[in-house]
Design a protein around this ligand. Sequence first.
Ligand SMILES: Cc1ncc(COP(=O)(O)O)c(C=O)c1O
Length: 485
Amino acid sequence: MEWKPDKSSQIPVYIQISDYFETRIMNGEYPAGSSLPSERTLAALLDLNRSTIISAYDQLNSLGLVKRVKGFGTIVTLSTSAEGHVKRVPNWEEYVKSGFLQLNDPITRTIHKIVGSDKPYINFAIGELSADLFPVTLMQEAHSQLELSQYLGYEHIQGNLKLRESIANHLNRYRNIESSSSSILVTSGAQQALQLIIQCLLKPGDSVAIEDPSYSFSLPIFHSAGLRTFRLPVGEEGIDPEQIVSLYKQHKIKMVFVNPIFHNPTGTTLAYNRRKRLLDISTKYGIAIVEDDPYSLTSFNQEPMSTLKSMDQDGSVLYISSLSKIVSSGLRIGWMTGPQAVIQRLTDAKQQLDFGHSNIPQWIAAQLLSSGELDNHLMQLRVGLQKKLQLTMNALRTELGDKVRFHIPSGGIHLWCELQGDWDELQMFNLAIDKGVVFTPGSTLGSQSRHVRLTYSKVDDLLIGQGIQRFAEAYLQCRDEKNSR
Ligand SMILES: Cc1ncc(COP(=O)(O)O)c(C=O)c1O
């Protein structure tokens, strides 16, 4: 080999090698199926470290020109068309790996694959309502009044005006929050509001605090955005606000994400004095609070819960909610309210991302919220959810007795369970799937071991007992296997 890389060049040596072979592959010197010199041989010929050759071949691999096959070396993968042209297919595997938005963790991906399949799993994993809890008649009525001709164009990016007005009234009536149509942004579920906040108000390297465990913990969007996340453990009374002070002093955290009422997954509610203290700390140190509140209207005893936003005198809280857990997750109607500057900034981002939310769900949501029928629906919903919770707890007690512990929530849709003894989480998850039941392993939501989340809202009442029986079998089998080793 006469060619040698120029070690004095600005271009890294491995790139020069990759370029050299790229040219030769493209002009047919190395046809499809032929092998490049072995790493060792090429390193000796060019008087270089083998690691440089490995980097060069990896680069060719990422360009889709070669495949690294164990035992066979580096094989050219280009093919030739009928006309004799070299065909260069994009290396999709590399593209898939290199995007900036990180993948969900493998367990979450499995859950979504399973619940998207047509197999009849008993589903304790997905946070949505069962068919009998949706307000179908109300939705049908709203839908039948739809004047399609008015709703076929682009909608206002910030959200349909009637919907924003209905949301402002709803917030005032049900959550004691003052807002107006101009301070509300309609989003695709609460999740998009979280994403817009992360992308528009924070930058890579910023520090934020999230609850442990939490829904936020399960979202890769925090790390994809380059944020440093610090955890606030959640106890019976929610997070301890004093920990925010020390996180601020050590890491200058800029924002705290909390789900204070019927928290996902623990079902706990942040104690009133802690809510007050959190607000005090926020204003003392200038730390923004994101209050994520999709569950407060599910309260079983209908006790009014004071949202942080309703207690926020100084404007420190961005408030997020949605219709997903009380009406329909499929409508994808969420919203946030906050200072004008923030709403305008996020509206601009939403225009860039999706040009505003689809207008037919917005119309239906506006009709529903302004119909005066929500109270009735919420009453039925609470009864339905409480019944499902009771059936789930009864079945757990029957099947597992004191081997399972949980905090009894007074609202929400999740039961956070601690399973005693030694058992392998992944093994249990897979075994439960084999038995036809799916749940959320605790590690996807936080750092506490030996926990699982059972979301009872979606499971048909008649299937809860059977589902918990299969779940208990999977756990007992895993625990016994571990003990017998
Ligand atoms: C605390 C919390 N926030 C946000 C969401 C996202 O819900 P959606 O985007 O459907 O409103 C969920 C869903 O489970 C949740 O539990």
